[in-house]
Design a protein around this ligand. Structure first.
Ligand SMILES: Nc1nc2c(c(=O)[nH]1)N[C@H]1C(S)=C(S)[C@@H](COP(=O)(O)OP(=O)(O)OC[C@H]3O[C@@H](n4cnc5c(=O)[nH]c(N)nc54)[C@H](O)[C@@H]3O)O[C@H]1N2
Ligand SMILES: Nc1nc2c(c(=O)[nH]1)N[C@H]1C(S)=C(S)[C@@H](COP(=O)(O)OP(=O)(O)OC[C@H]3O[C@@H](n4cnc5c(=O)[nH]c(N)nc54)[C@H](O)[C@@H]3O)O[C@H]1N2
Ligand code: SF4
Ligand SMILES: [Mo]
Length: 673
């Protein structure tokens, strides 16, 4: 029996759970990756995708990128040769330096996101990018930016959510447009599953979370604002509004209130499809409180997603469900509310001037324009799978004169279009910190094994890039441990990294933090800005307004493509066992919509719109309402028989705020293949 040891670490995926992990080592290296029974959230279990992927593709050097690769064939042909780090870095430095001299750094585009959401793995590389001055492709524009801006106008903050521990004092938990049964499986099982509060879910789909809830409101996609206004009508009409809170802590309620008169429950039913009686019941339960409101990211990926978020975000203000135990709202919890200076991690001060930025919705168009895009640096993201306008984007990335550097753990559809590919170490192979974006906790990510071949952790790759470019700012070379130690000391937890590593995860303080306990809000006025001059200055309406998107016409269906239980964004589809579970791409359709189109369960169908077409298998399901079809994200275009995933249907239409994605507003025709 070989000698075994155990390393405790944390999952850094873009996931609400931040599970605790035990890595079992033997003399050959990592033997197995398991859940940590002592972890408060995951209690010994990892999700199924990670259980398979972390013991599969992550530990398989033949599935990984292990050495720098230089393209030596036509773009996209797969022709690469191995190179040393020095050679690869010299090629990159020469090309980027020439582009900066000829065209300015803004002709270099930087795309990155949450491949790893650990503090350094996510942020440290931005020091280099800031120094370089590349055009930033705003990461949040593909995910949650509309919601951030909306909550910013209203509450002054979008990353300062409730502390989930305060649920012990809540009577009602309203989950609006989030599907934790898929996107946060352990929070769903334990935090929600074991709460004594009544759970209300607002989601067009009968998700696992919705099916267990005391009430499930199923609005038609894009009608959340109308639903919120109908609830506010009930709240004011029945005397359930918190007039004291409104008077003391908000501005603009008097301007908004007259709008509510027309938003009766019957009107709400007509706008949203939710029965009037359910609207009333949900409004009463939420208003009576104490109530928590979880604002998911799915509901703001809509054409008017910003207004939807601003409208739903009124509920805590109107009912005074904020500032005391068992109340508050959560979109995300940022690292700042554990004291960590995120600006220092990403080296904001290294930028020599305000860096230009574009939306992911405009990436394909920008890359089609050789005059404005000469190079692409892409890391922690798989744009060829996750971005809109998939065909256009991939065609533009295939431009021979576009110099692309891709950094990833695995070969992906994106790295396949790069000139230089740099191999990244996985989270199992480097130290870092993980700050859950749901719980107020701090966790250690601990190195449990060596990276395969020459793969290096993200921060080290960017230190080497900085050196190759001849930069001399000390922040570009700060050792990981210095950054980790400083961030840990900022948390005030009084722990060294080794002490944290021994326990894995520690809560931020012994008692739940009460969101906005002082009644002061980080808006210009210090109050909740129901009427917002900042919104007006940005060309937005002064007030949130009742709205429901028009229903699709001509037999079109609304296509929702949210998180899949078998992938984490676009990770894991390259794992053999996960791919087996994923099976063929499918689309769920209501049996009556299927019957109208002569579609039977298991039969092949085509989804089509002006952007593209996609063939997949129909699944008849009454979990989706009429007029809506559902096909989860997360498949790899290159592994699909058609060479495309659902984003081939996504035209990149923008939401009403932040030029952010409106992907859940996509409409398609569905026909038999
Ligand atoms: N397993 C797994 N977990 C993940 C991810 C993953 O890909 N897989 N991705 C991670 C990432 S990047 C993110 S951003 C989060 C997102 O996680 P969530 O915040 O849960 O968001 P989504 O899964 O995008 O969508 C949630 C729900 O929004 C609903 N929805 C869509 N349109 C509307 C609407 O108009 N109104 C309302 N009320 N609801 C609507 C969808 O039906 C869906 O059930 O999950 C993270 N966790
Ligand atoms: N149709 C549709 N499209 C969507 C969405 C949707 O709901 N529907 N959701 C959108 C959302 S919410 C998001 S957040 C985006 C996410 O889209 P992406 O950011 O593209 O998703 P990921 O799969 O997380 O991409 C991460 C990449 O980082 C790599 N990676 C992992 N760890 C590391 C590391 O340590 N170092 C490096 N260098 N690389 C690493 C992974 O292998 C993977 O290739 O997709 C968006 N696209
Ligand atoms: S992806 Fe989420 S649920 Fe899965 S192991 Fe990581 S933190 Fe846990
Ligand atoms: Mo996301």
């Amino acid at each position: 029996m070989p000698e075994r040891s155990v390393v405790r670490t944390t999952c850094p995926r873009d996931c609400y759970d931040a599970c605790g992990i035990l890595v079992i080592r033997d003399p050959e290296g990592i033997h197995a990756v398991r859940g940590d029974p002592d972890h408060p959230i995951s209690r010994g279990k990892l999700c199924r995708k990670c259980t398979l992927g972390y013991n599969g593709v992550f530990l398989d050097p033949s599935a990984r990128l292990t050495e720098p690769l230089l393209r030596d064939g036509p773009k996209g042909s797969g022709g690469y040769r191995e190179a040393s780090w020095d050679e690869a870095l010299a090629v990159i430095a020469e090309r980027l330096t020439a582009i900066v001299e000829d065209s300015g750094p803004e002709a270099i585009l930087n795309t990155h996101y949450t491949g790893t959401f650990a503090l350094l793995g996510y942020g440290y590389g931005l020091r280099f990018v800031n120094r370089l001055g590349a055009t930033e492709v705003d990461p949040d524009s593909v995910c949650n930016l509309a919601g951030h801006l909306a909550l910013g106008y209203l509450w002054g903050a979008s990353e300062d959510g409730f502390d989930p521990r305060t649920a012990r004092d809540a009577k009602t938990i309203l989950v609006w447009g989030a599907n934790p049964s898929v996107s946060a499986p352990h929070q769903d099982e334990h935090w929600l599953g074991e709460t004594t509060a009544d759970v209300i879910v607002v989601d067009p789909i009968a998700t696992g979370t919705a099916k267990r809830a005391a009430l499930h409101l199923q609005p038609y996609p894009g009608s959340d604002s109308a639903l919120a206004f109908a609830m506010l009508h009930v709240i004011t009409a029945e005397g359930l509004a918190d007039r004291e809170f409104l008077a003391a802590h908000t501005v603009g309620w008097d301007e908004l209130e007259p709008t509510l008169a027309a938003c009766t429950p019957a009107w709400g039913e007509a706008q949203t499809g939710v029965p009037a009686a359910l609207i009333e019941e949900a409004a009463r339960r939420y208003a009576s409180g104490p109530s928590l409101l979880w604002l998911g990211q799915g509901m703001q990926r809509q054409p008017r997603g910003g207004n939807a978020m601003r409208s739903v975000g009124l509920l805590p203000a109107a009912t005074g469900n904020v500032g005391r135990p068992g109340t508050g709202f959560l979109y995300l919890n940022g690292s700042d509310n554990r004291g960590v200076d995120a600006g220092a991690i990403v080296g904001s001060s290294l930028a020599r001037s305000e860096r230009p930025s574009i939306s992911h919705m405009d990436l394909a168009g920008r890359l089609e324009d050789p005059a404005r895009s000469r190079a692409l640096l892409t890391w922690n993201i798989n744009v060829a799978a996750s971005n809109p306008q998939q065909r256009r984007l991939r065609a533009a990335m295939a431009r021979d004169d576009l110099f692309t550097v891709a950094i990833d753990v695995f070969p992906t559809d994106t790295t396949a279009l790069a000139d230089v590919i740099l191999p990244a170490a996985s989270f199992l192979e480097c130290d870092d910190l993980v700050l859950s974006y749901f719980d107020l906790s701090v966790s250690a990510q601990v190195k449990a094994g060596d990276p395969p071949g020459g793969a290096l952790p993200n921060p080290e790759i960017f230190r080497r890039l900085a050196a190759a470019m001849g930069y001399d700012e000390p922040e570009l070379y700060e050792p990981d441990r210095t950054v980790i130690d400083r961030a840990l000391s900022e948390t005030g937890l009084g722990l060294t990294f080794d002490e944290l590593a021994a326990v894995g995860t520690v809560p931020y303080g012994a008692e739940p933090v009460i969101q906005f306990a002082d009644g002061v809000f980080p808006t210009p006025s210090g109050k909740v800005e129901i009427a917002s001059a900042a919104a007006e200055a940005d060309g937005q309406p002064r007030l949130p307004y009742p709205h429901a998107d028009p229903r699709p016409e001509g037999g079109a269906l609304r296509l929702l493509t949210p998180a899949s239980r078998w992938s984490l964004n676009d990770m894991f589809a390259n794992d053999r066992k996960v791919a087996g579970r994923l099976g063929e791409a499918w689309v769920a359709i209501h049996p009556l919509d299927a019957a109208e189109r002569g579609v039977e369960d298991g039969k092949r169908v085509v989804l089509a719109n002006r952007e593209g077409t996609l063939e997949l298998v129909a699944r008849l399901s009454d979990e989706v309402p009429r007029g809506v079809v559902l096909s989860p994200k997360g498949r790899w275009p290159g592994r699909e028989p058609t060479g495309a995933n659902v984003n081939v249907l996504n035209d990149g239409a923008k939401a009403d705020m932040g030029e952010a994605t409106a992907v859940h507003g996509v409409e398609v025709q569905l026909t038999i293949a």
